[in-house]
Design a protein around this ligand. Structure first.
Ligand code: HEC
Ligand code: HEC
Ligand code: HEC
Ligand code: HEC
Length: 201
């Protein structure tokens, strides 16, 4: 009899918690659950890519809208342009540039990462947020990012990469068949998407 009572209480509690999480902020709860699941699925040394769609809602105004207009957003589609076909022809490429490892390596996000770590990234998003900031599975929960922005927490431990001249040069180097000398100071304003000084979010 006692046991039955305990079971009933446990079931009732479980139900209440479930209801609460459903009425509360379902999207946030789901997002956190997913982030936790991703964390579990991949060790800390192998962060996974969560994809552009995940960053967009919270970073719409000052980052996404700005990025959409910068060359990185069209890095993949550019591989189908007449110029790309010309470059490919000169190099004697056998496949289309959009299918060639020789081009994709710098024109998409997460090239070279294991397939299971980038299921949520599309080729079409080109060089998107995580192409520069690193795979987001451990840093994209809001609480983590707020801490980092406030100077708390360890960016490296959650996979958020520092933005430096060196990090740009992973792609902006002479292996690019259309290489233009890379001037970091001049290049930075083209991609800059900082919050206005007086404001965040
Ligand atoms: C649930 C909302 C949310 C999502 C999703 C989100 N962010 Fe953030 N992000 C924030 C907030 C809030 C801040 C802190 C802003 C502030 O107070 O300056 C932030 C800060 C950042 C910062 C600055 C960190 C620092 O050290 O100053 C970067 C870079 C960033 N986010 C990138 C991303 C990327 C890339 C993604 C997708 C993988 C992403 N964010 C997804 C809410 C979010
Ligand atoms: C090592 C990285 C890297 C590789 C590999 C790479 N690209 Fe690029 N690509 C870049 C970068 C960085 C830029 C922008 C600056 C520049 O042109 O150097 C660019 C720009 C371009 C442009 C625009 C150039 C312009 O002047 O408008 C085209 C077209 C292009 N790439 C085609 C290709 C093709 C086709 C391949 C494969 C045969 C390829 N890229 C391989 C990094 C790379
Ligand atoms: C080409 C590389 C690149 C891409 C792609 C990129 N970022 Fe950034 N991001 C940077 C750099 C560089 C900075 C630091 C710029 C600066 O000094 O203001 C930065 C800064 C930020 C910050 C901090 C802003 C602040 O005021 O401190 C946030 C948030 C952010 N990026 C989010 C995003 C999101 C979201 C996306 C995708 C929509 C994205 N980034 C795509 C390079 C990139
Ligand atoms: C993952 C590879 C990658 C990284 C990392 C990257 N870029 Fe690029 N970038 C590209 C490609 C590819 C293009 C060409 C896009 C196109 O025209 O289709 C490009 C184009 C540009 C251009 C316009 C062409 C030019 O050279 O004038 C600028 C400016 C630029 N990137 C700045 C930056 C800066 C600043 C950083 C570091 C904060 C950075 N990029 C990091 C791949 C990358």
């Amino acid at each position: 009899m006692k046991l039955l009572k305990v079971v009933a209480i446990v079931v009732a509690l479980g139900f209440i918690i479930l209801l609460a999480s459903m009425c509360g902020e379902p999207e946030k709860a789901q997002a956190q659950e997913k982030a936790a699941a991703l964390d579990k699925a991949s060790p800390k040394t192998a962060f996974s890519y969560v994809g552009l769609k995940k960053c967009k809602p919270c970073h719409l105004k000052y980052q996404y809208n700005k990025w959409k207009e910068d060359p990185h957003a069209k890095a993949y589609t550019e591989l189908a342009s007449p110029k790309s076909l010309e470059v490919a022809k000169k190099l004697g490429l056998k496949e289309e540039p959009q299918k060639s490892a020789q081009c994709l390596s710098c024109h998409v996000t997460g090239y070279g990462a294991a397939e299971n770590l980038k299921k949520d990234v599309t080729l079409e998003e080109g060089v998107s947020c995580e192409g520069c900031h690193g795979p987001g599975s451990s840093y994209w929960p809001m609480s983590v990012m707020k801490d980092l922005a406030a100077g708390k927490g360890d960016a490296k431990a959650v996979g958020l990469l520092a933005q430096t001249e060196e990090s740009c040069k992973k792609c902006h180097n002479q292996k690019s068949p259309t290489y233009k000398p890379f001037d970091f100071k001049k290049a930075l304003p083209v991609v800059a998407h900082a919050y206005p000084k007086e404001e965040t979010k």
